[in-house]
Design a protein around this ligand. Structure first.
Ligand code: XIL
Length: 421
């Protein structure tokens, strides 16, 4: 709405309706993100339990109402921030061990608001309970199970300590007991994938099948060491995709990882995906998380990354976009959740609003340049207050749901789209 123009009756009615549902004046006036990019790609957000059930947790009813109004207005795609992870959807062994409450609520919310749903995530080394890996086989000598993770309390979702003490409790990559055999673990993986993907068949259109299987660090190690890779072997990835494809042959199956701004990690991605493609594994899209920082994020970094990823010939989804403005997070684009607390320490960088706006403008310019490949851009959270990196104020809306200068900068890029190729 242009403030210099007289407001029409229809405009007035919709503004009143938006205000009634909790959107602050400016938030109700600015263009809607999903609309602004409609011709190019979907724009989504990760939602937590409060958003899809409409109930509190740590946020007041008023805050939650405002966030829901924001989601409905701006996003046409949603991902569960936590509720489809193994730890939450399948906390105990067996067919009775599932808890679909959060995931069902997300699916119902998205369907009633005509939003595309992404399922996140089927196989990951984090947020997976111990029982999945437990069995009767002693761990092999020299097994390199990741060291215990220290995770700061989760600030998202209803209530605290949903993952137990320290954020995730037992089962967060720290299982050191006797192990399942390869066949047992494959069987558990198959049951899990068939049950979860099968339940939402035709509703969840895109799945993150395997999350973060690539190693960080130098080029010598391509694959991350995890209980999945140690117990099953490197073909755990191919198997997971195969099971997901059996469960829903129509679903778009995604490989998702972070740090794909780093040329070394991109080469690992290329090695992995080419090998899967040679084996005819059903993999249909690449998810690049894009947990960025204001010091390095911008057009050049994103353009370089997307150019390399695009060589794989698959659609690209930007799956977890946020741009950290805290001093503690300026050195890398890692997203190891065990190290997350340190990334938002030290207060904001100087001139944070301006740097964030420039960075967001740059990355969206790159998304638009690569719009033939980029099909979806998901922000990792609704606003700064509910972000997993709240201290780094990394999103487009502030904690009071006001659009930030970065929001305006992103919208401004749509006007330049025709000239960016
Ligand atoms: C994060 C969530 O945002 C937090 O609420 C949770 O405490 C930890 O996990 N990469 C991923 C996401 O694939 O699932 C992670 O989400 C962030 C890093």
């Amino acid at each position: 709405m242009n403030p210099s123009r007289p407001i029409t009756a229809v405009g007035l009615v919709s503004l009143v309706a938006l205000l009634a549902f909790g959107l602050t004046p400016r938030a109700a006036e600015v263009p809607a993100l999903g609309e602004a990019f409609r011709d190019h790609f979907l724009v989504g957000a990760a939602l937590n339990r409060s958003h899809v059930t409409g109930t509190g947790g740590r946020r007041s009813a008023e805050q939650v109402t405002g966030e829901i109004a924001l989601v409905k207005r701006h996003f046409n795609q949603v991902t569960a921030e936590n509720d489809m992870k193994w730890q939450l959807i399948h906390p105990r062994e067996g067919q009775d061990g599932y808890d679909f409450a959060g995931a069902d609520a997300l699916v119902a919310f998205a369907q009633s608001n005509r939003m595309e749903i992404v399922g996140h995530t089927l196989v990951w080394h984090s947020q997976t309970p111990n029982w999945v890996f437990a069995g009767t086989n002693p761990p092999p000598p020299g097994a390199t199970n990741p060291p215990p993770a220290v995770v700061a309390g989760n600030t998202n979702g209803p209530g605290t300590n949903r993952f137990g003490r320290g954020g995730f409790g037992p089962g967060f990559g720290r299982y050191n007991g006797p192990r399942a055999s390869r066949d047992e673990l494959l069987q558990r993986m198959r049951d899990h994938i068939h049950t979860v993907v099968g339940r939402y068949k035709g509703k969840v259109k895109v799945w993150d099948v395997v999350n973060e299987a690539l190693a960080d660090g130098g080029p010598e190690n391509v694959m991350r060491n995890s209980l999945w890779s140690e117990i099953i072997g490197p073909d755990f990835i191919a198997k997971a995709f195969q099971y997901a494809h059996e469960a829903d042959p129509e679903a778009i199956l995604r490989y998702n990882d972070y740090g794909l701004e780093n040329p070394v990690k991109i080469q690992k991605l290329v090695t992995l995906i080419r090998s899967l493609q040679e084996q005819k594994v059903p993999i249909h899209a690449i998810g690049t998380q894009a947990h960025l920082n204001v010091s390095s994020a911008g057009f050049e970094q994103m353009d370089r990354s997307l150019t390399e990823i695009a060589k794989l010939g698959l659609p690209i989804h930007v799956t977890e976009l946020d741009i950290n403005s805290a001093q503690g997070g300026q050195r890398n684009t890692g997203a190891d959740i065990a190290a997350n607390a340190t990334t938002t320490q030290g207060g904001l960088v100087s001139d944070a609003d301006k740097k964030l706006a420039d960075a967001y403008a740059g990355v969206f310019r790159a998304f638009l340049k690569h719009r033939d490949q980029v099909k979806m851009v998901t922000l990792w959270g609704v606003n700064d207050a509910v972000s997993w990196r709240a201290g780094g104020k990394p999103l487009l809306f502030d904690g009071g749901n006001q659009p930030k200068p970065a929001f305006d900068a992103v919208i401004a890029e749509t006007g330049k789209a025709a000239t960016t190729r």
